[in-house]
Design a protein around this ligand. Structure first.
Ligand code: URA
Length: 237
């Protein structure tokens, strides 16, 4: 973004309208390098760290976030039956249009990526990208070798022209199965389990590409920024 006036910097980070951000600057609520900056000076945005309302904020041109999604939150922008996942993030992020990368069902938990980088969201959610996603499903009936074999061989879903198969699939314990998918069709795991004769009672996404939820140390409902090394794990091999 290069150099910007302080009001535009605050606006770009989702603090509010340019007018409101200008008033915050004039009120002496912003400091840079321990100096209160109340005139609307220009700053280089790269590497900029500022304080606002007593809190430190690092300038980010775009944000890339991993959220450990709890159940009963919707990914949709106009959430209707449950609160939206954006309510789990600082309000600045909704103002800068941070959105989920793809969708998880309201009752699915686990790793959800979010960003305000349109091209990143588009590429990352493209079906052509073939990024494996790992799900752990809890099943109503016991997991059997036959269930694993069916999911590996492919099951026919009624609105899909060809059977869909898991990339890999293995039993975790009597009622849990790990399923790795490259596609992201609507309710895919639940529908595949139903087509294979079982029923999904709980679903958690544990990994996207090489990025594992476990390695992020996030409790349910918590989020973190992703750094370049973590983002590199989201690329196909
Ligand atoms: N498959 C499903 O059935 N639901 C999800 O949320 C994700 C994958």
């Amino acid at each position: 973004m290069g150099k910007l006036t302080l009001d535009r910097i605050l606006q770009s980070q989702g603090f509010g309208t340019r007018k409101w951000c200008g008033e915050v600057v004039a009120a002496g609520e912003v400091n840079i390098a321990d100096e209160i900056v109340s005139d609307n000076r220009v700053f280089e945005t790269r590497g900029l760290v500022f304080g606002i309302f007593g809190e430190e904020w690092i300038f980010r041109e775009n944000v890339y976030i991993a959220l450990n999604k709890p159940a009963n939150f919707e990914c949709s922008r106009k959430a209707s039956h449950h609160p939206g996942v954006h309510t789990l993030l600082p309000e600045q992020f909704a103002r800068r249009d941070v959105q989920p990368v793809g969708r998880l069902d309201h009752d699915t938990t686990g790793l959800l990526l979010m960003s305000d980088d349109g091209p990143f969201i588009h590429t990352q959610s493209s079906p052509k990208r073939h990024i494996p996603k790992v799900y752990v499903a809890t099943t109503h009936d016991p997991v059997t070798p036959g269930l694993v074999a069916s999911l590996l061989a492919g099951v026919k879903l009624h609105d899909e022209p060809a059977p869909l198969a898991a990339l890999t699939c293995s039993m975790v314990d009597t009622h849990r199965i790990e399923i790795v998918l490259e596609q992201g069709k609507y309710h895919q795991v639940k529908r595949m389990l139903a087509a294979a004769g079982n029923h999904c009672v709980a679903l958690c996404r544990s990994q996207i590409g090489g990025l594992k939820l476990d390695g992020l140390g996030l409790a349910e409902g918590e989020w973190c920024y992703l750094d370049d090394a973590q983002l590199a794990l989201l690329k196909p091999d």
